[in-house]
Structure formats: C-alpha cells, structure tokens
Design a protein around this ligand. Structure first.
Ligand code: FES
Length: 125
C-alpha cells in the first residue's frame, strides 16, 4: 500500500469531508507525518487546518476543495492548474484583497479566504 492510500480521509481531522459537489469531489488527501506548525484559516467559511509553509492552494487541495474561482464571463469553475503562478486559474480573495493567486501565497493563522465568483471579481479596466 502506498502512502497516499494509507490515509483514511474519514478518520483524519485534516481531511474533513466536503459534501458540496460544486466545489469538491470529496477526496482530499494529506500524507501522515510531522508537517510542522499547524495553522487554521477559513475558505468560504469552512475552517481548514494546514501547516506553516504550505501554499493556500496546497492546503485547500488537501482539504478536498477543487474549485477556487469562477470565470468572469461564463461563471465556469476553475481551480489549481499550473501551481506556479502562470495561469491565474487559482485567483481567490485573501482578507478582502481580490485576484490573489492561491499557489503563490503561504497559509497563515486566521486568514479569511474566499473563492471568487463572477460577481465578486473587479471589472477589467
Ligand atoms: S495555479 Fe496557475 S497561477 Fe496559481
């Protein structure tokens, strides 16, 4: 059995089930082991536990969240794609600041992160 299959998502407090089919497929995974200092933040009001040094993208992905934003014109779901700051598919709102790339920001205790909807995005100039 490999390490990824060694995780029981239902029994792991770091893998809370996410039953919202619009935002998750409900299969968040986090490998066991000492990962450093734990931190908590909210994503769309859901409390997420992570570890210092992780990106927001990695932390929400591990919690089972797949959708980070909607496209501005059609409202289509987008999530982590390049994971290196190039595609801008991971834009989220961080403590009220819109259009922040989740793959480029580290988690911190108490952050309030929201997915961006087509209504919450700032209009293009
Ligand atoms: S996933 Fe591409 S910029 Fe963040």
């Amino acid at each position: 059995m490999d390490a990824m299959n060694d995780v029981d998502a239902k029994a792991d407090p770091l893998n809370p089930p996410n039953d919202d089919p619009a935002k998750s497929r409900g299969f968040g995974r986090r490998m066991k082991g000492d990962r450093g200092t734990p931190v908590t933040f909210t994503f769309d009001g859901q409390l997420i536990e992570a570890f210092e040094g992780e990106t927001i993208a990695a932390a929400v992905l591990a919690s089972g969240v797949r959708m980070l934003r909607e496209t501005d014109r059609r409202g289509e779901p987008r999530g982590l794609f390049c994971n290196m700051g190039i595609c801008f598919d991971c834009l989220v709102e961080i403590n009220g600041a819109t259009n922040q790339r989740a793959c480029q920001f580290s988690v911190a205790d108490g952050l309030k992160i929201k997915s961006q909807t087509s209504q919450s995005m700032e209009p293009c100039p």
